[in-house]
Design a protein around this ligand. Sequence first.
Ligand SMILES: [Zn+2]
Length: 346
Amino acid sequence: MNSELNNIPHKRYNILTGEWILVSPHRTKRPWQGKTEENKSHKKETYDPSCYLCPGNTRASGETNPDYKEPYSFINDFSSLLPDSPEINFQEGLLKAESERGICKVVCFSPDHSHTLPLMEVEDITRVVQTWKKEYLELGAEEDINYVQIFENKGAIMGCSNPHPHGQIWSQSSIPTEILKKSSKFREYWEQHKKSILSDYLEQELEAGERILDENEHFVSLIPYWAVWPFEAMIIPKRHLQHIGQLNEAEEEAYAEIIKKLTIKYDNLFETFFPYSSGIHQIPTDGKDYPEWHFHMSFYPPLLRSATVKKFMVGYEMFAGPQRDITAEQAAARLNDLSPIHYSLQ
Ligand SMILES: [Zn+2]
């Protein structure tokens, strides 16, 4: 990389969205003040009688969870989208609205209330990957469902009130904005080069090495060059796959393994249960071909300098565009310096 960029304000281009991010590395000349939380034990009960996600408990809807032993998914009792909304197309002068149909589900990753992805065994995370895959294929096959968003909000700071390990899946009739942006960039590159832009990007990143976090036979995790969040990361399959439904058995396990390793590093950074929003971007399920698409998973963690200092998207970022202080290379170096063993087990 051009090393001058480490010292001067500059902007970086996101090849997947076509947007720019402002980087101000000269503001981080002060020494790293990372601090850790006082309470390191985080000992939690494996079962919480008041948790609506624990096996055997009754939810607000009155339904009772089965005594599940593996990942368990169900329709969200407070779904943001409904499958049977009436079709409405409203336009009055400059006011425009359309109805949106969808199905929202919750996926419990484990029956164990005290678990989180970094503390789960690779084979148990593999079962979560298999559940995501099944849900993507099943929901995507529904006539009215043209896009399936799999995501996890982890930690109270990300608006997640229940510590039971779980994620969500929102599936809907229209294709959302972020996917439309990425589709157009994937297509643009495909038409010019007949290759996936992420395959070429991965090749360049593996050669450079400075933003790589981890690599196994089938997946790579890295801090993207254009990262917005301080420790934002991406997991990319080496094979040019359009969606997780195409993963073979070995890839499912390799995917689970790289998720575990990344989330352990995250927890070790501030010795806390590191909050983030993570999500999988893959092709729409509208029955069309998207050969240009390359599925990937992104992690957007809000923490900046400690377990309590959060990055805020305010001021310039609200009005102009995203900005960061530590560079993607510095973030990768910090994570790479940490132990691969979870701090609670050391
Ligand atoms: Zn629970």
